[in-house]
Design a protein around this ligand. Structure first.
Ligand code: UTP
Length: 292
């Protein structure tokens, strides 16, 4: 079955970015000149997604406004003849009726956020994209997962290799076997293990294709690591009945949930732009300590 619906959990508190995220959702912080959440939405569109479900929370209404018309601003830009800027705020708007917002009401964890989208997902496989993870590669990361789902019919996770000291920050895959194209059949998953207990250094990043049965498991509301309802724990419970595969992401993933990862994404994407002036020169001067 094709994957038509994507869930974007954006209900987290974003505490690692305080005070910036006191009044502004983390997902609206700009990477160069576009809000972080737009990169994930673009990736979903490029992967064939047609329905977009945002799981929001308190203080997240700027996200809804961003994906809607702003008639006053559009009229002002038209009056000033700024067709270029007008295009920048209208060209990527999603078709009416294809976007839904559901409030999580309490930030009880990623698993809970996904479960809150259950009535919009229905009985179809669906995608989950965490906008914090900006994936920049030769092809849309989610499209790779969708292709593997079409082959296996089960859930599919994007993964990357991490340093052994970093396993505590991720869900870690216990691999059963790896096929020639690098796709891993998953035997087990462990949420945030200590390095000594980690079954591998293959870490789950924020892109998933999930079978709808995961919603019933999440409905049990079992608390896991940190007292939160964890998506990884629900996936583990699915393992007996439905296969899970892990796909190494192509390209690079920037962890925009951390200050350093966010900075890295801004620099990396700015370096690819030819409309910002001499980005390399500015960086070199900063590193050399020479005033520009
Ligand atoms: P994080 O672990 O990064 O949490 O969530 P956070 O609250 O956003 O940020 P910090 O740790 O306080 O700085 C990973 C993803 O899951 C979503 C977040 O919005 C983010 O996309 N999430 C997390 C929810 O939607 N609801 C939750 O209850 C928790």
């Amino acid at each position: 079955m094709t994957v038509r619906t994507a869930v974007f959990p954006v209900g987290g508190l974003g505490t690692r970015f305080l005070p910036a995220t006191k009044a502004i959702p983390k997902e609206m912080l700009p990477v160069v000149d576009r809000p972080l959440v737009e990169y994930a939405v673009d990736e979903a569109i490029a992967s064939g997604i047609e329905r977009f479900v945002f799981v929001t929370g308190h203080g997240k209404t700027a996200i809804e406004d961003h994906f809607d018309h702003h008639h006053e601003l559009e009229a002002a830009l038209t009056a000033r003849g700024r067709e270029d800027l007008l295009r920048s705020i209208t060209a990527d708007l999603l078709p009416p009726g294809s976007v839904a917002y559901v409030r999580q009401m309490q930030p009880l964890g990623l698993g809970h956020a996904v479960w809150c989208a259950r009535h919009f997902v229905g009985d179809e496989p669906f995608a989950v994209l965490l906008p914090d993870d900006l994936v920049h590669g030769p092809a849309p990361c989610l499209a790779d997962l969708v292709a593997v789902h079409a082959r296996t019919g089960g859930s599919v996770l994007a993964t990357m290799e991490v340093d052994p000291t970093e396993t505590r920050r991720y869900g870690i895959v216990d691999p059963a076997s790896t096929s020639d194209d690098g796709v891993v059949a998953v035997r087990d998953l462990v949420e945030k293990p200590d390095p000594a207990e980690a079954p591998s250094t293959t870490a789950i990043v924020g892109r998933y294709v999930l079978v709808p049965e995961v919603m019933a498991v999440l409905g049990d509301q079992e608390r896991g690591a940190g007292g939160e309802i964890q998506l990884t724990d629900a996936l583990r419970r699915l393992l007996g009945t439905s296969p899970i595969h892990a796909v190494p992401l192509r390209g690079r993933r920037y962890d925009c949930g951390t200050k350093l990862g966010f900075l890295e994404a801004n620099v990396a994407l700015a370096l690819e732009r030819d409309d910002l002036g001499d980005v390399t020169g500015v960086l070199r001067d900063l590193l050399d300590g020479t005033p520009t």
